[in-house]
Design a protein around this ligand. Structure first.
Ligand code: DP6
Length: 362
């Protein structure tokens, strides 16, 4: 139990709450792969917060007649009842009870929608848990008005982490770091922190075009994926490497060394997949089109000297990362040369964004 985020319920509870928030997805540069307990990461990770790919959630709570009643949870995705989400939310509410003890006094209905299509191969757990956590901390703000915005964001990251590890990084904007790092004093395994101080301007407007090579469901669930690192022959070396990569990346971020940044980011993506290729059981999550695209990226970069690199999550889709000033050239190239490798020629354009938002209810 983490004392810092516990909440003492002393006040009378209002009859109802209606709260809205949104949170974006994020793309890891240094990957989180391996965890213990409830999303305690085995290494530090660092991500760009995105902007366009986001979840918006309206949380409605209604006071129960009797505290003993079982909390009823209803979930609506794009205004359609989606009972398949309920067990995950129920488990999450149970887990966060010491930190949000008011929740058990209410029935909840959650109305959620994503800007990206369900069949895009883009996971909604980071943005979804991020948006829900931002709703929850707004309730806390109403019950305890003296809480600062910083306190609220930190707690939102903490709660989001308990839902899904990478969701901890979907609250703040720009570059976000999660997981204790021996050289970064404020870092924590429990919540993510913004990591934008001293970052060279070239990294503040990065674009992320997600090439949808495979729009299907994830082949390996994240819980299975992380568990593959337990007893993995290279686990300890990988966790140590990630810590070193954070330190190294920090120097490139500060000096604006885009070339070395790209080398390290690509190496992180390939290492993530390499870990999966030699775990037991083993998986190949890249598709043949993923490899075709990677080779085209390397050729294009060589020929044009335009700084564009790739990263991957635990799937076949390719995230193309590049500074905004090359947007027109890169998009032109995607349309002419890369789109054909995507399922239904689909890709999603995104860029570094400002993080989650509390929203007014109209
Ligand atoms: C490959 O955050 O989805 O995207 O904590 O089990 O919910 P859980 O896992 P999740 O794992 C993300 C893994 C990754 C790398 C990353 O985002 O850092």
């Amino acid at each position: 139990m983490t004392e810092e985020f516990k909440f003492q319920l002393t006040q009378n509870l209002p009859q109802e709450f209606s709260i809205k928030a949104s949170a974006p997805s994020n793309i890891a540069l240094v990957k989180y792969w391996g965890k213990e307990d409830i999303q305690i990461p085995k290494n530090t990770s660092l991500s760009f917060t995105l902007s366009n790919c986001k979840t918006t959630t309206l949380l409605k709570l209604e006071l129960k007649n009797k505290a003993s009643d079982e909390t009823q949870i209803q979930v609506f995705l794009d205004e359609e009842k989606t009972p398949s989400f309920i067990p995950k939310i129920q488990k999450f509410f149970h887990l966060i009870d010491p930190y949000c003890p008011y929740l058990k006094h209410y029935h909840a209905s959650i109305h959620t929608s994503n800007t990206f299509p369900h069949s895009s191969g883009i996971a909604s757990s980071a943005s979804g848990m991020g948006a829900l956590a931002l709703c929850l901390v707004q309730i806390e703000k109403q019950l305890q008005p003296n809480l600062s915005l910083d306190d609220l964001r930190k707690k939102a990251s903490f709660l989001a982490r308990l839902g899904s590890g990478s969701a901890a990084r979907s609250i703040d904007g720009g570059l976000v770091l999660w997981g204790k790092h021996q050289k970064i004093k404020e870092s924590s395994d429990l919540f993510a922190i913004p990591f934008n101080d001293g970052v060279h301007p070239v990294f503040t407007d990065f674009q992320d075009t997600v090439l949808l090579i495979d729009r299907g469901q994830k082949q390996v669930s994240s819980s299975l994926g992380h568990s593959l690192m337990n007893g993995h022959p290279f686990a300890e070396a990988r966790f140590a490497q990630a810590q070193d990569n954070i330190t190294e990346l920090q120097t490139y971020l500060a000096s604006g060394n885009v070339k070395e940044f790209m080398r390290l980011v690509e190496s992180e993506a390939l290492t993530l997949h390499a870990m999966m290729m030699c775990s037991r059981p083993y998986f190949i999550l890249m598709a043949s089109q993923t490899l075709e695209v990677i080779h085209k990226i390397w050729n294009f970069r060589d020929e044009t000297k335009i700084p564009v690199c790739f990263t991957l999550d635990a799937g076949a889709n390719v995230h193309l990362l590049y500074p905004r000033k090359y947007k027109a050239e890169v998009q032109n190239w995607i349309d002419k040369n890369l789109k054909q490798h995507c399922q239904d020629k689909a890709y999603i354009h995104d860029e570094v964004g400002k993080g989650g938002e509390f929203l007014e209810i109209s």
